[in-house]
Design a protein around this ligand. Structure first.
Ligand SMILES: Nc1ncnc2c1ncn2[C@@H]1O[C@H](COP(=O)(O)OP(=O)(O)OP(=O)(O)O)[C@@H](O)[C@H]1O
Length: 932
């Protein structure tokens, strides 16, 4: 082995220069200058030992003696490495002594090196193996290359390889190892192997490895390419982006930790991560949550089977695809339904049933009283209802207890007989295998019995139907949900859309269930009378029927969820303004509770005790700052509202409070009282200030008086309405119940027009009310002689002395009117028209008549009487048979304020309306009647 000295040039990791290869590399100024002086001092091109360095800056033992072909200093180079040197590897050399880590000063110092001995000739077998491996690798690389020049290069080397002699094979191994790349360790190993045979064997192994890696990589990339759709690629890129962002954030955070002077990030995210930041983590959490919820479903149940099936599908479908989103959305809905037998998730506390607690009924009563004034009968009915719920729950528990006892007994018997004679017991118990206790979860049996009747509150708007529902839920300590059915025309709104539908989702019932979070909540179906009729979108009423029918609703089918849902433990409460538009089958399933409206007195109480405190609170004031006097409240109730309920009253009170709130705030600002904001602590000081203020003129006044209302609320809408009512020939006031369930009065107007003895009826009248008109006229014609309208019994009052027509009109012509109860009023109107006698304007009447002159009972008495009272009618004529309705339903104060006349016949009605003796009855008619 010969030796000499060569200047050592360390190569930057991971460069390795192999014999017969060339490289160009940038070098720092010091190295460049050293190389320059080397070139200057030598006659030919200088030779250096190019030594590879490890990642830890250790110099390798083996190096390549390389000729410095070129040294340039290009103008636009990095100032730290301004020189570019080109080297040509000649042969491998070995450093005599291992060199330490080189510093800048030791650059290009000459070191002792050894040249390895001449190589042996490798065997044919080794060469062949090498050639095969190298050819396979070159072929692979040529195929994978995109650039044609590279492909050609690989093909050229392959051609050379085939023609090469055995003696040059080891040299070829160096050439190839320098060309095909590969890892640093592999190239270093080739460099460190001076023996030809060993080097060829090593190269063979490395080339086989490289070819395999290339093949596998290609295969994977092909497979990925094929399977990746555009969206998947997008998702893939997004994931990468998210990862990069995470890294950047971590970097920023660590920078932020180090330098407290870094610019603070805006908003709440400073120093902490926002919930919007880590999408990937939240996504994983959501999936884990979903899985947990599916696992919590009752084993073997339909919902669990569906959940598991969809979960498996979800796992197969790549994330980010549309289908993935659809399935996930479905699973989120499926798992959010409170399935009766699922293990409680812990998100929503499974509060114990209030119905089983002590003093339940008295607490419920207190709750109803606290929320509502009056409504005594309704409250009593609700207490009955709650008592039933409680008893059923108790009965359910007893049954469950009994069942459990039976189960234990049966199991004990089985165990006993098995131990005495196993074969016999088998024979004995096998036929009865079905009777062995089912593994029904205990809560299933318990909850099954909690169902109660379905309540339907019917009444005018603002009478407290919705808030009663809320009170029931509070009394039972169950979650309350309201579903507004007004304007629901499509069955799918109740049942949901099938999943095949684009943007499909569950219906209102499932949505309410999800919000309630419990399978035994209270659901209020509001405005059930406003549900659309059957149409081409299906029949929403039929879907409701399924929801409410106790026979069917244990397996309600929502089209989206597509798993039967048990609604039997839910307490359904419905509200409606009228019963007329509710379909008979639906009505049949409900227990109707009528709310008719409030008297002025009740309204005053409600206003003072409930509405005023509510509005004060809503506007940030207290009683110390605003007070409405009793006359002012009454004026609001009578002059600014005319409704059965209290909603407009509440709005009007709200308007007054808001007005005062502005005044108060301005005054408080000027006088620097608590900056215009009241708080419990300053109430005393404020009150004192207010007392003083009340005294001073032009200051803030906390009392709202009747005289101020016009300034605040404008001109009273119902002012002097009663003065518009006039006592006039042919005009009589009837009592009606309008579409919203609200009672009121309606004038029946009649006039005589020239004609042929006919009757003209206008005012959007239905068939029944038209018939009432004809009936009334026939009765009057029949008794025209008795009433001294005609002089002979055979005369038609509409033909003689002149032929006339009668036109009857009911105002508010755009509103449809129907029903039989206007008979009495119409008769009185005709009699007034034909006799000239007038009915006083403070009288109103209702009642159906027959041809024989009987007055028969009608409905809606309470609403009608309350309406009449609101309209300041003081005398009401009603059918005799409705006497009981007045006694039962009408408040005592109203009964005391009004006169009620109950009539059996039309004759009695006429006497009550016109006054006894006011009509010119013929004497014989009176005698005839008394004989009858
Ligand atoms: N008896 C009452 N005592 C106290 N507040 C009442 C009473 N009746 C009604 N209210 C109040 O009147 C307001 C309107 O009541 P609610 O919304 O229950 O009316 P509703 O009958 O459901 O009307 P709609 O038919 O328009 O839905 C609520 O603020 C309610 O608290």
């Amino acid at each position: 082995m010969s030796s000499s000295k060569l200047p050592v040039l360390p190569l930057v990791h991971p460069l390795v220069l192999l014999p017969a290869s060339r490289i160009s590399l940038p070098v720092p100024t010091k190295v460049g200058e050293a190389l320059l002086s080397l070139i200057d001092n030598s006659d030919s091109l200088p030779i250096v030992a190019a030594v590879p360095t490890s990642s830890t800056n250790q110099l390798a033992e083996w190096a390549t003696a390389a000729r410095v072909l070129r040294l340039v200093k290009p103008p636009a180079r990095n100032p730290r490495q301004p020189y570019l040197v080109s080297l040509h590897g000649l042969t491998r050399v070995q450093l005599k002594a291992p060199l330490p880590i080189l510093d800048a000063s030791s650059v290009l110092l000459a070191h002792d090196i050894n040249y390895p001995p001449t190589e042996n000739l490798p065997t044919r077998e080794v060469v062949d193996k090498f050639k095969t491996a190298a050819l396979r690798l070159l072929d692979r690389l040529a195929r994978d290359s995109i650039q044609q020049a590279r492909k050609d290069g690989y093909h050229k080397i392959a051609g050379m390889l085939e023609d090469i002699t055995d003696a040059r094979a080891a040299w070829m191994a160096d050439v190839l190892a320098g060309t095909v790349g590969g890892e640093f360790e592999d190239r270093l190993a080739i460099l460190s192997t001076p023996d030809a045979t060993d080097r060829l064997q090593l190269a063979t192994t490395i080339f086989i490895k490289l070819a395999s890696i290339s093949e596998v990589t290609k295969r994977i990339s092909n497979a990925v390419d094929e399977s990746l759709s555009k969206q998947q690629k997008e998702f893939f890129l997004r994931q990468q982006l998210a990862a990069i962002q995470r890294e950047l954030q971590a970097l920023q955070r660590s920078n932020g930790d180090k330098s407290p002077t870094t610019t603070p990030r805006s908003g709440a995210s400073e120093g902490t991560t926002s919930e919007l930041d880590d999408d990937e983590q939240h996504d994983a959490d959501d999936m884990a949550d979903l899985k947990r919820k599916i696992e919590a479903m009752a084993p073997g149940s339909e919902e669990r089977k569906m959940g598991v099936r969809e979960w498996r599908r979800l796992k197969r479908i790549p994330q980010g695809s549309v289908e993935n989103g659809v399935i996930r959305n479905y699973l989120e809905w499926l798992t959010s339904v409170p399935w009766p037998n699922s293990t409680p998730s812990g998100d929503i506390p499974d509060t114990p049933s209030a119905a089983s607690q002590k003093n339940f009924l008295s607490n419920a009563r207190a709750q109803l009283d606290a929320d509502h004034y009056g409504l005594e009968k309704i409250k009593r009915r609700l207490i009955e209802y709650l008592a039933v719920v409680r008893l059923r729950e108790a009965a359910g528990k007893r049954e469950e207890e009994h069942q459990r006892h039976e189960d234990v007994k049966l199991q004990a018997e089985v165990a006993k007989s098995e131990s005495s004679s196993p074969e016999k017991s088998l024979v004995k118990y096998r036929p009865n295998a079905d009777s062995v206790p089912r593994t029904t979860p205990p809560n299933e049996r318990e909850k099954k019995a909690v169902r109660g009747p379905i309540l339907l509150f019917v009444g005018p708007p603002g009478t407290g139907k919705t808030s009663l529902g809320l009170s029931i839920a509070r009394a039972l300590n169950r979650p309350f949900q309201r579903i507004s059915l007004g304007g629901v025309r499509d069955e799918a709104e109740i049942r949901g859309h099938r999943r095949t539908y684009v943007a499909s989702g569950p219906g209102l019932i499932v949505q309410a269930l999800r919000r309630a979070g419990r399978a035994d909540g209270v659901i209020l179906l509001d405005e059930i009378d406003k549900v659309g009729q059957s149409n081409f979108h299906g029949d929403p009423g039929a879907a409701l029927l399924e929801v409410l029918d106790p026979e069917q609703n244990h397996s309600f089918n929502d089209h989206y969820v597509n798993v039967p849902i048990d609604l039997s433990q839910i307490l359904f409460i419905c509200t409606a303004n009228t019963l007329e538009t509710i379909s008979a089958p639906l009505l049949d399933r409900c227990e109707v509770i009528q709310l008719s409206g409030y008297t002025h007195d009740e309204k005053l109480h409600i206003a003072r005790r409930y509405l005023l405190p509510k509005q004060l609170k809503a506007n940030g004031l207290t009683n110390a700052e605003v007070e409405i006097t009793e006359p002012a409240l009454l004026r609001i109730a009578t002059g600014y509202t005319r409704e059965a309920g209290v909603r407009t009253l509440e709005r009007a009170i709200g308007a007054v409070i808001r007005w005062k709130a502005v005044e108060w705030a301005e005054w408080a600002e000027d006088n620097d009282v608590s900056n215009g904001i009241s708080s419990p602590s300053d109430t005393k000081a404020t009150s004192q200030a207010l007392v003083k203020a009340d005294v001073k003129q032009g200051e803030y006044k906390r009392l709202v008086e009747e005289s101020e209302l016009e300034k605040i609320l404008g001109i009273a809408r119902w002012d002097g309405d009663e003065r518009d009512r006039e006592e006039r020939r042919g005009v009589v006031y009837g009592l009606v119940v309008m579409g919203q369930g609200e009672g009121g009065i309606l004038p029946v107007e009649t006039i005589i027009v020239p004609g042929q003895g006919g009757l003209k009826l206008t005012g959007s009248l239905g068939d029944v009310i038209k018939e009432s008109g004809e009936l009334a006229l026939s009765w009057v014609k029949k008794h025209a002689y008795d009433l001294c309208i005609t002089n002979e019994r055979s005369q038609d009052p509409l033909k003689l002395p002149d032929p006339i027509d009668i036109h009857l009109h009911l105002p508010a012509g755009a509103t449809k009117k129907d029903g039989p109860s206007a008979g009495v009023a119409m008769t009185c109107a005709f009699v007034s028209l034909l006799t000239g006698a007038c009915v006083p304007a403070h009288i109103a009447m209702t009642g159906e008549i027959t041809l024989r002159g009987r007055v028969t009972p009608v409905g809606g008495i309470k609403e009608k009487v309350l309406g009449a009272h609101r309209a300041q009618i003081t005398k009401v004529i009603l059918p005799y048979a409705n006497r009981k309705d007045v006694e039962h339903d009408v408040a005592l104060e109203i009964r005391n304020e009004m006169e009620f006349v109950f009539v059996r016949t039309v004759r009695e009605a006429l006497d009550a309306a016109f006054g006894k003796g006011a009509l010119p009855w013929r004497r014989d008619a009176l005698l005839l009647e008394s004989r009858l």
